[in-house]
Design a protein around this ligand. Structure first.
Ligand code: GLN
Length: 282
């Protein structure tokens, strides 16, 4: 069988399994099976695929047809130009979350000095590790309530940084010591009903990373409340959320005594990140 035919076969299988992006997914999985880039695949269409790679490819296609995301099949996801290890223990990093990283980097640029930063609900660690790589001198720690997520974080910290960034097992900030200049989180923020619908179709991402209460803002609200006791004067909180939650989060932040609210848009032009300062000194 040629690479071209393998690609065609993969596309057909995924198309009939109602996968949203059958051509892209077949190409990425074939590249993974052959251990070559997407570009090399298109340059190698007439070549014959060896039996072992073909079998690997078919196994991956079967898993994709059963609803497993490509990132879990490949155990990797590109995020902020880096390759993170991922599996079913963590949420797959989304491009939307790069908005959170950019916003944090913007704050760091404008506030030079020895900032102490904490990223909670860290999951794979994509936010904390991306920020640390850009600012190796800053004191950055992370936390997650899931012990299993902590293990994935450790893999990414070791592979991408070469050492272990401190990561606490903690319900938001409860088990995290100290106070901070910057607290960030991509907390679970899907609505109860959205998560219930995902569960019905057997969505493989951890519910713990998605379930944000009835209107999706339960964890964000708790973190806003708790951060008021853990941010230094002039410190800031940065939260990812859904566009429809931003007005409410803004009101909530103001009611809790925060100021200088800013909202950042994702690549699709939707409000995705909100930030606020805590008792800025004059
Ligand atoms: N952005 C994710 C999604 O739409 C949700 C991430 C989260 O709840 N933190 O699936």
């Amino acid at each position: 069988m040629t690479i071209q035919n393998a690609l065609r076969e993969g596309h057909n299988l995924l198309f009939y399994a109602e996968v949203d992006t059958p051509v892209l997914d077949a190409t990425v999985l074939l590249g993974e099976a052959l251990d070559i880039s997407k570009e090399r695949i298109f340059a190698s269409l007439p070549e014959v695929i060896d039996g072992e790679s073909y079998q690997r490819y078919r196994d991956m296609l079967d898993r994709r047809c059963s609803g497993i995301p490509v990132s879990y099949i490949r155990n990797k996801k590109e995020f902020f130009g880096l390759e993170f290890y991922v599996d079913e223990r963590v949420l797959v990093p989304r491009p939307d979350t790069e908005t959170l990283v950019e916003a944090l980097l913007g704050f760091i640029d404008k506030n030079p000095g020895p900032l102490k930063i904490h990223d909670t609900c860290t999951g794979s660690g994509c936010v904390a590790i991306s920020v640390k790589l850009k600012n190796p001198g800053l004191d950055i720690s992370a936390s997650d309530i899931s012990r299993e997520a902590g293990k994935v974080f450790a893999i990414n910290s070791y592979v991408l940084l070469g050492y272990q960034l401190p990561c606490y097992r903690s319900d938001l900030l409860q088990q995290v010591p100290g106070s901070f200049d910057l607290i960030s989180a991509n907390p679970p923020y899907l609505l109860e009903s959205e998560v219930d619908n995902l569960s019905k179709i057997g969505w493989p991402e951890p519910e713990l990373a998605l379930r944000g209460g009835i209107d999706g803002t339960a964890l964000a609200e708790r973190l806003i409340t708790d951060s008021a006791f853990r941010l230094k004067a002039g410190g800031a909180i940065f939260l990812e959320g859904a566009a429809g939650q931003m007005e409410w989060l803004k009101a909530y932040l103001l009611a809790r005594g925060y100021s200088e609210i800013e909202v950042f848009k994702d690549l699709g032009g939707r409000d995705r990140v909100i930030s606020a300062r805590w008792r800025r000194c004059a």
